[in-house]
Write a protein that binds this ligand. Structure first.
Ligand code: PEP
Ligand code: MG
Length: 604
């Protein structure tokens, strides 16, 4: 048996949990289409065949859409709309019919030709918007061509499985993911994708453990290989020994017991051992998450992302729709604040109604607050909706990707103007709401003392702050191990922001993913943050941790981490500090202390 290191593959854990079983490989690619022409007399028959196939695939997609809605929610289901629209696109389908009529191609060959032509065109344009649509184009083409060639689809793979298996693919489309049956497919491994890809979001909602960004997975994992997949740590172990299987089973059952114990902490207050209250708020991306955030007793919403209100729509939501949504969320957390983050469009977020132009560097381009200020009608509609909903809810407004003071000042000006307009029109609305700045660029962190003067609160977006400080694309699977929010450079900025807010006697919080990780939450507490906004599933865990520690312990650990030479050493320092307080393996399934020590005692 080869050593474990040779049998270990690493990726990004995008959906937690352990799966054990044989692997099955799915190739999600256009099938080989033979070049064949038909006699002139058969041209109309090919057109009829094409139209019948389009009709059948539309039906399939509608069924998938309904299934997605059932299993993962209304918003996730909208991802099929883009594919359905493509099948109705007059230019696209008209172009295929033209190829059949003029070149006497078979329907499948004409479809392939047109798909490749569009694919080249979109790839050459280099726009992220089109790049996102490429996956939809390929998805539709595979479906139609397979149908025309009477081929079995990728989904047939697991219908013939003799035992529950782990699916391995180069790339998982949302369409494929949503069809998965947890009884047949118990885990997912994909070469492409990160935590924010649609397929990852779906895998998480459906509850299938998954690891994305596993380089070379298809070539390295032969179909039928026995594997243990740990979606919590992002590791795949091939050909496990009986001891390794037993080990994984033990980890799995202790994690489950742990989850049950965590439920007990839900009704308890979020206070440290020395009595400091840490406000634990929830991040909300999709309306469907509201229920879990409430069940986990979040103290409000620290980041209400609004871009996802647009996903799958052909137009921007109007003022009424937004007012109703903000009011609904605000009223669900009566007595607690709900921070509405204004549209963060651009970068990697290009929902259909947002027509951003192609840019060579979209993350350094026309994004977030820049778009809002340049598109005042869109921005003012959102501001009005917040002011109106604020009559019955404790709402706050927060602007993303700030780099300059005047972005805050102009937003405040617009808020004032809209309040006056609403009052003049006799529409009930708040006169203003607290206005906060998302600190997610090095510029904003360095200018925190000035930004806090012109705003009411600061909230650090560590996802972007890490990306821009370390110059590491946050969505690039290849750079995932360089994306280290614990880097001493990022920690210094976090400290600067906390101190600026404290000096101005205004609140500062953290709403990036970092706050949802226990080691980091401890660190952030030590850096001076007493408000954290975390993903709904992470709320009980973070609260449990807060209740185990003192602020003095957290401060000492944060000071030591700040002085570390690297992100790895900063993490080791946090592990050492926490190992004295809790069982480290609970916090960090992968935790090994540097000197081979494993953990301290469990004091609960
Ligand atoms: C962040 O950048 O940390 C953040 C919370 O915003 P988003 O992830 O939506 O960019
Ligand atoms: Mg951000």
């Amino acid at each position: 048996m080869s050593p474990p290191s040779d049998r270990l593959l690493k990726g990004i854990g995008v959906s937690p949990g352990i799966a054990m079983g044989p692997t099955v490989t799915v190739r999600w690619a256009l099938p080989e289409v033979p070049h064949r022409v038909v006699p002139r007399t058969q041209v109309e028959k090919e057109i009829r065949r094409l139209r019948a196939a389009l009709k059948d695939v539309r039906k399939q997609l509608n069924e998938l859409r309904a299934r997605a809605e059932d299993r993962a929610g209304v918003d996730e289901a909208r991802i099929f709309d883009a594919q359905l629209l493509m099948l109705e696109d007059k230019d696209f389908i008209g172009g295929i019919e033209e190829l059949i009529r003029e070149n006497h191609l078979t329907a499948e060959k004409a479809f392939e030709f047109k798909t490749l032509e569009v694919r080249d065109l979109w790839t050459a344009a280099g726009s992220p918007l089109l790049k996102e649509r490429l996956a939809d184009l390929t998805g539709v083409a595979i479906r139609v061509i397979q149908h025309l060639m009477h081929k079995r689809g990728a989904s047939d793979v697991w219908e013939s499985l003799s035992e529950p298996s782990i699916l391995v693919a180069r790339e998982l489309s949302p369409g494929l993911t949503v069809q998965l049956d947890r009884d047949q497919i118990i885990g997912l491994i994909s070469e492409e994708g990160t935590k924010t890809s649609h397929a990852a979001i779906l895998a998480h909602s459906i509850g299938i453990p998954a690891i994305f960004g596993v380089r070379g997975a298809v070539a390295r994992i032969r179909p039928g290989t026995s594997a243990i997949l740990d979606g919590t740590t992002g590791k795949v172990l091939l050909d496990p020994t009986p001891d390794e299987i037993e080990d994984a089973k033990r980890t799995d059952s202790s994690r489950r017991e742990w989850e049950v114990r965590l439920e007990e902490v839900v009704p308890q207050p979020s206070v440290t051992l020395d009595g400091v209250h840490v406000a634990l708020r929830s991040n909300l991306d999709l309306p469907d998450e509201l229920e879990q955030a409430q069940a986990h007793r979040a103290e409000g919403v620290g980041l209400l992302r609004t871009e996802f209100l647009i996903t799958g729509h052909s137009e921007l939501p109007d003022e009424e729709t937004q007012t109703t949504y903000f009011r609904r969320i605000g009223e669900a957390f009566a007595g607690f604040p709900v921070v509405v983050r204004t549209y963060d469009l651009g970068g990697d977020k290009f929902p259909a109604p947002f027509r951003g132009s192609a840019e060579p560097n979209p993350f350094l381009g026309w994004r977030a607050i820049r778009v809002c200020l340049d598109e005042p009608e869109m921005f003012r509609t959102q501001i009005r909706a917040v002011l109106r909903a604020a009559t019955s809810a404790n709402l706050q407004l927060m602007i993303p990707l700030v780099t300059r003071l005047d972005e805050v000042e102009r937003t405040r000006e617009m808020m004032k103007e809209e309040a006056v307009r609403l009052a003049q029109a006799g529409i009930p609305a708040a006169q203003s709401v607290p206005l906060g700045v998302m600190v997610e660029t090095p510029a904003a962190a360095v200018l925190a003392d000035r930004l806090v003067e012109v705003s009411d609160f600061l909230s650090v977006g560590t996802n972007d702050l890490t990306q821009y400080t370390l110059v590491v694309d946050r969505g690039n699977a290849r750079l995932a191990d360089r994306f280290t929010p614990h880097d001493p450079s990022v920690l210094r900025l976090l400290k600067v922001v906390a101190e600026a807010a404290r000096a101005a006697n205004k609140p500062a919080s953290v709403c990036g993913e970092m706050a949802s990780e226990p080691l980091s939450a401890f660190l952030l507490l030590g850096l001076g943050y007493e408000t954290l906004s975390v993903a709904p599933p992470a709320l009980p865990f973070i609260k449990w941790l807060i209740r185990q520690v003192t602020t003095a312990q957290a401060r000492a650990a944060a000071d030591a981490a700040l002085a570390a030479r690297s992100a790895e050493l900063a993490l080791d320092i946090l592990r050492f500090a926490l190992a004295e307080i809790v069982d480290l393996t609970l916090l960090d399934a992968d935790a090994r202390l540097p000197a081979g020590r494993r953990s301290g005692s469990l004091k609960t």
